[in-house]
Design a protein around this ligand. Structure first.
Ligand SMILES: *[C@@H]1O[C@H](CO)[C@@H](O)[C@H](O)[C@H]1NC(C)=O
Length: 340
């Protein structure tokens, strides 16, 4: 798969899908923005990936940050939607009951209406709509997975919090939110977390999205405990128990934690990794079944999830890490927010 992607990359440089804003995509109760990367040569029934930016970020920033829209959508023939918000320090609403409830309104409903617009306009496949995001975007991935399980087939969460962790908080940003969740102090049983998820959409008895959960052990913005809570939540919703660890998967220093047969819930723990967990697009696309034979990931297997780490940005990683550290320092000094 690595070889295939590299070859295709060379061939498709000239036709990369650019990021285009869409207005009038449907009801938009919280006035958020829709951007889309839709390749010109889409196959029939393409998949959709919704990719949500962190606090302080934007649709354009996240489009530049990962390769889903600016490279892989063309190579593999899918649609990437990058929603954007400018409220609450550019953080997604993961706190109000409107956002946390099926058809309740706010950001979650706006994002679902972006999906409905794209399904209709491009004849996309309603069974292959996926979610990913970092930090606030990861929290929102859990919110949408809980409130709209009928819309999304799978999610990939980079440094998030469980669905409902911020419920009732006065806001969803590091400045406006109740800090208990980010501090890892919202500790519940799997059953309690699952009950909260089920209450988002009462009466729903269908499948819930398959969840892939990433977190660094040295994350001091959203504590590692929140991965533990996410895992309790989604393994209970899916009724799967911890099965085994696979060390150094998908790369050195990461441990893959497999639940059940590994098709419904998988977590990746990055030893010594901070709040910024680089998006491993290959492992995410395998999980979504867009690559890797469509089986929904290759849990613990020595197949494509063992590919070596690939830099996810144009700048070398050490430089990028320094820049991020500087940004965070700046954010703390100025009390502005970069919550990557
Ligand atoms: C699996 O790996 C995680 C993350 O490194 C660790 O916290 C946990 O204790 C491991 N579980 C077992 C049974 O080895």
């Amino acid at each position: 798969m690595q070889y295939g992607l590299t070859g295709l990359f060379v061939a498709s440089l000239a036709s990369a899908a650019s990021l285009v804003q869409v207005t009038n995509f449907g009801a938009n109760p919280s006035n958020i923005q829709m951007y889309i990367a839709a390749p010109a040569n889409l196959p029939a029934n393409p998949a959709i990936i919704v990719a949500m930016h962190p606090c302080g970020g934007s649709a354009q920033q996240y489009y530049n940050e990962n390769k889903f829209g600016r490279q892989l959508a063309d190579e593999l023939g899918f649609i990437a939607i990058y929603p954007g918000t400018t409220k609450d320090f550019n953080c997604w609403d993961a706190a109000t009951s409107a956002s946390l409830t099926h058809n309740g309104g706010s950001d979650s409903q706006g994002i679902v209406n972006m999906v409905r617009y794209a399904l209709d306009k491009y004849g996309a496949d309603p069974a292959r709509v996926f979610l990913t995001g970092s930090s606030s975007g990861a929290i929102m991935t859990n919110v949408l997975a809980g409130a709209y399980p009928d819309v999304f087939a799978a999610g990939a969460v980079f440094s998030g919090m469980p669905y409902g962790c911020l419920a009732g908080s006065p806001g969803s940003s590091p400045i406006s939110a109740d800090p208990a969740c980010a501090n890892g102090q919202k500790v519940k049983t799997g059953a309690e977390w699952a009950t909260q998820v089920k209450a988002a959409y009462p009466g729903y008895s269908g499948k819930y999205p398959r969840m892939q959960l990433w977190h660094g052990t040295a994350d001091f913005v959203i504590q590692y405990q929140d991965l533990v809570e996410e895992v309790k939540q989604w393994s209970t919703v899916h009724g799967v128990a911890f099965a085994r660890n696979v060390t150094n998967s998908p790369q050195s220093g990461y441990t893959q934690m497999v639940y059940g047969d590994g098709t419904q819930v998988v977590a990746y723990s990055g030893a010594g990794v901070g709040h910024y967990v680089p998006t491993n697009e290959q492992v995410v696309l395998d999980w979504f079944g867009i690559t890797g034979g469509g089986s929904g990931g290759s849990p613990g297997g020595p197949t494509s999830t063992t590919t070596p780490p690939r830099p996810t940005t144009s700048s070398p990683l050490p430089i990028r890490a320094l820049l991020l550290a500087a940004q965070l320092k700046l954010a703390m000094d100025s009390k502005s927010i970069i919550w990557l």
